[in-house]
Design a protein around this ligand. Structure first.
Ligand SMILES: Nc1nc2c(ncn2[C@@H]2O[C@H](COP(=O)(O)OP(=O)(O)OP(=O)(O)O)[C@@H](O)[C@H]2O)c(=O)[nH]1
Length: 518
C-alpha cells in the first residue's frame, strides 16, 4: 500500500542523512518531495499548497533557531499530509498534548523510529550465528519492539466509531452507493454490510438496484451467504420501481440498523442514468451518499467526484483497490479538493477487506513510519491466547512461552511485518532466520514433552538433570536445544518483568492491552 510514494518521500528527506541539512539542501528536499507527490498523481493545487505550508514552517524554524533538522521536516510533512487526509483534529490534539508547539520535534518520541530507519540502512548489522547469541539478540530486539510499541500504541484508539451520520429522528440510516462502472460498488456494498454486521453486530439490509448487470444481484446473493445481511432485489427485472415497492413493503414489517443501496455504475454524462439516480435519491432519501472510487484512478477521481457532487449531494467517499495503489494520488487529492471525508477503504477482493479510513495510519505509512496499527491488529489476532494478567504481574511459564512461540509462527514469515513497519525490517530478518533454522519448532516440541507441573513451574526442569534427560528423549532433541529453550525462557522472563516494572503502570497496561487483548 502506497509503497512507491513512501519510498520517494523517505529517499527525498533521507538523501542528506540524519541531522541538519543546509538551506540549499532543504530546497532540494522540498523539490524532491514536490516531485514525489506529483509523480504519485496528487493534484497540482494540493501539492503547491502543501509545499508552501511546509516551507513556511521550515523557514520559521530556521529564522528562530538558525537550523532545521531533517526530523522536523518529516514531522511537519506528516502533519501536513494528515491534515490533507482529514486528520486536522489529530494534529491539533498532538500539539495540545505536547503543550509547546515550537519544540515539538525535539519531544517527538517517534523520531527514534526514524533514526532507527537510518541506522538499519547504514550500519548493516552482522547477525552473530551462535545460537545463544541469536536468542539474546532476539530478546534484545523484542525489547526494542516493546519500546517502539509503547511510544506508538499510546495514540491508538480502542474505541472505533462507525463513520455514518445518525438520522435526526432516530430512523434507520440509509446508505446509497454510487459511482462509475467497475469502481467496486457491488463488492464494496457486500463488504460494508459484512463489516457493520460482524464488527458492530448490526442488522443490515442490502437492496440491489443494479438492474443492468444481472451478475450484481447474483454476486450480492452469493456474498450474503457469508452472513451479515439480508438482500432485496430481483434478477429477472430491470424495473427499479418494483424493487423499491418491495423494499418499502418489506421494511414496513422488518427493522434494520442500516440499509445499503447498491446502484448501477454510470457516468455523469449519461443523462438518462443520472436522472434515474436522482429519482432513487428522491425516493429513498439516503442519510449518506457514498461515492465509490477506484484509488488507482489517482487525481482524476477529483473531477469525477465534482461532477457527481454537482448532481447528487455527496457525503463522502469509499476508496477501493487501495491494496494495489502504490501512489496514493486519489486519497491525497479528494478530501482537499472537495472537503468531503474518505469514510472507508477497501483493500482486497475478499469480503472482509474493508476498513474505516484512518488518516493517521495513512500519513504514518506515507512518511515511512510504517503501519503500526496493522501490526498491533495482527499481533492481537495471533497472540490472543496470551494471559495478559500474568504479563501485567511480570510472570511467565512454559505454557505462556509455548503460546508466544506459536504466535510468532502464526505471524507468518515476517516479511509482511517488515513492509508494515520499515523500522523493523532488521529485526524481522533476524526472526525469519531464527524461524528458518527450525529453532521455534524445536522449542515447541521440547515444551510439549514436559508434564503439566513442569510447564507451570519452570525451575523444576531447569534444576533437574533427570527431568531434562527425560524431556530430551521424549522430544527427540539434544542438550543444546534444551539450553536454547531455557535461555529463551530466562530472557523472556527478564523482558516481561521489565515491562511490568515500568513506572507508568497505566501506559504499561495500555501497551499490553493494545497488543494482546481483543
Ligand atoms: N484488488 C481489489 N479488487 C477489488 C476491490 N474492490 C473491488 N474489486 C474488484 O473489482 C472488480 C469490480 O468490482 P464490482 O464490485 O463488480 O464493481 P461495480 O462497481 O459494482 O461494477 P458495475 O456494477 O459494473 O458498475 C471485481 O473483480 C472486484 O473483485 C479492492 O478493494 N481490491
Amino acid at each position: 500500500m502506497l509503497s512507491e510514494l513512501t519510498n520517494k518521500i523517505v529517499t527525498a528527506v533521507k538523501s542528506f542523512g540524519k541531522g541538519k541539512p543546509t538551506e540549499n539542501q532543504v530546497d532540494t528536499i522540498l523539490r524532491n518531495i514536490r516531485i514525489a507527490l506529483l509523480e504519485s498523481d496528487v493534484s497540482l493545487t494540493v501539492v503547491k499548497n502543501l509545499i508552501s505550508s511546509l516551507k513556511k514552517k521550515i523557514d520559521n524554524k530556521i529564522s528562530d533557531f538558525g537550523i532545521v533538522e531533517s526530523e522536523f521536516i518529516i514531522e511537519s510533512l506528516h502533519d501536513e499530509i494528515l491534515m490533507l487526509l482529514g486528520g486536522y483534529e489529530a494534529v491539533k490534539n498532538k500539539y495540545k498534548k505536547r503543550k509547546t508547539s515550537r519544540n515539538y520535534v525535539e519531544q517527538s518520541s517517534e523520531n527514534e523510529i526514524l533514526e532507527e530507519l537510518d541506522t538499519e540502512n547504514t550500519k548493516k548489522t552482522k547477525i552473530k550465528h551462535h545460537p545463544l547469541n541469536q536468542i539474546s539478540n532476539f530478546n534484545k530486539d523484542l525489547e526494542d519492539i516493546v519500546d517502539k510499541f509503547s511510544l506508538a500504541s499510546s495514540d491508538i484508539k480502542n474505541e472505533v466509531e462507525i463513520p455514518i451520520s445518525k438520522t435526526e429522528n432516530g430512523s434507520t440510516p440509509i446508505i446509497m452507493m454510487l459511482g462509475l462502472q467497475g469502481s467496486g460498488k457491488t463488492t464494496t456494498t457486500a463488504k460494508l454490510a459484512y463489516y457493520l454486521s460482524k464488527t458492530f453486530n448490526k442488522k443490515i439490509l442490502v437492496v440491489c438496484l443494479d438492474v443492468y448487470r444481472p451478475a450484481a444481484y447474483k454476486q450480492l446473493s452469493i456474498l450474503s451467504k457469508s452472513g451479515g445481511y439480508e438482500l432485496i432485489g430481483n434478477n429477472d427485472t430491470n424495473d427499479i420501481n418494483s424493487i423499491l415497492q418491495e423494499y418499502f413493503e418489506f421494511t414496513e414489517k422488518n427493522k434494520y440498523d442500516f440499509i445499503i443501496f447498491d446502484t448501477a455504475g454510470r457516468t455523469v454524462s449519461d443523462n438518462k442514468m443520472m436522472l434515474e439516480l436522482k429519482n432513487i435519491y428522491d425516493t429513498v432519501h439516503p442519510t449518506e451518499c457514498l461515492l465509490v472510487m477506484d484509488s488507482l484512478s489517482g487525481q482524476s477521481t477529483v473531477g469525477v467526484a465534482q461532477e457527481f457532487n454537482s448532481i447528487i449531494k455527496l457525503d463522502g467517499f469509499i476508496l477501493t483497490r487501495i491494496d494495489s495503489d502504490t501512489r496514493g494520488g486519489a486519497a491525497l487529492s479528494l478530501k482537499a479538493c472537495l472537503n468531503l471525508p474518505i469514510k472507508f477503504i477497501a483493500n482486497g477482493e475478499k469480503i472482509e477487506d474493508l476498513e474505516i479510513f484512518n488518516p493517521e495510519r495513512i500519513a504514518s505509512v506515507i512518511v515511512g513510519r510504517g503501519d503500526i496499527e496493522n501490526i498491533v491488529k495482527k499481533t492481537k489476532e495471533n497472540f490472543k491466547n496470551i494471559n495478559t494478567e500474568k504479563l501485567q504481574k511480570g510472570r511467565t511459564d512454559f505454557n505462556e512461552i509455548l503460546l508466544q512461540l506459536q504466535g510468532i509462527k502464526k505471524m507468518g514469515n515476517f516479511k509482511g511485518i517488515a513492509s508494515m513497519l520499515p523500522a523493523m525490517s532488521g529485526i524481522t530478518n533476524k526472526i525469519n532466520q531464527f524461524d528458518d533454522n527450525g529453532e521455534i519448532d524445536r522449542m515447541i516440541s521440547i515444551i510439549k514433552s514436559m508434564t503439566k507441573k513442569e510447564r507451570i513451574y519452570p525451575p523444576l526442569v531447569i534444576t533437574s538433570k533427570t527431568r531434562r534427560r527425560r524431556i530430551c528423549i521424549g522430544s527427540g532433541r539434544n542438550n543444546r536445544d534444551f539450553d536454547k529453550l531455557i535461555k529463551f525462557y530466562q530472557k523472556t522472563k527478564e523482558l516481561i518483568s521489565k515491562i511490568s516494572n515500568m513506572k507508568d503502570k497505566s501506559s504499561m497496561n495500555k501497551i499490553i492491552n493494545n497488543l494482546f487483548k481483543n
